[in-house]
Design a protein around this ligand. Sequence first.
Ligand SMILES: [Zn+2]
Length: 270
Amino acid sequence: MNMTAFLMEHEAVLRLASFFGVFALVAAWEIWAPRRALTVPKSARWANNVGLVVLNTIVLRLLFPAAAVGMAAYAAEHGWGLFNNLPIPLWLAVALSVVALDLVIYLQHVLFHAVPMLWRLHRVHHADLDYDVTTGARFHPIEIVLSMLIKFAAIAILGPPVVAVLIFEVLLNAMAMFNHGNIRIPRPVDRLVRWVIVTPDMHRVHHSVADDESNSNFGFNLACWDRLFGTYRQQPRAGHREMAIGLSNYRDPQRVNRLSGMLALPFVGR
Ligand SMILES: [Zn+2]
């Protein structure tokens, strides 16, 4: 069996294993060295956030059983996209694809903040009253489906190797859990690491109730996009312990941290 066939066959298992592994690691880190005190009871919040993740996983697998790697294989078969028509070594195509896909995710994130209808969906992610590993995976199912369609389009245009798409999916998922972690990393270490990748302190700024702060630090993997496009903000004004997380006008835990409330959130309010 060649590598592509192997990856296609085991994609779901590889992704699930990395999800559970990284989730357990960050969850343990949060207990060992928490960054902030949580403001709402953890067990109820976790049950609902994780419930949403389970629902999203089922929806995605039902709608797109072959997932993004399936799209990459289809594009390769039909000679679609840049890298399927560029005579460059595989390793280079993989590296460039992962970086390009990360740029797409950055731009998509900016778009979900800028377009009112998309923001209605994305605010489910932002309405979480606390910020921890489960925040990193809580998105409205419609946002998850739209993200997948955008990814399909990007794959059709880029023609990335199948292995690059799998690496990217695993990385994005792992990084989302890491940089939403309620974990303490010494300031000097954070300062070094965030030259390359997005750290929890960097991304937490994006979850501030203050509009100017939430409209910064859109990156999920590479830290360069925010610096490059001028959306980088070093720290929250109030400090990481004191800053308020969430949305200023949606603060009822019954609504924003209950599964039913989260699913309904895009459709309420003006
Ligand atoms: Zn956002």
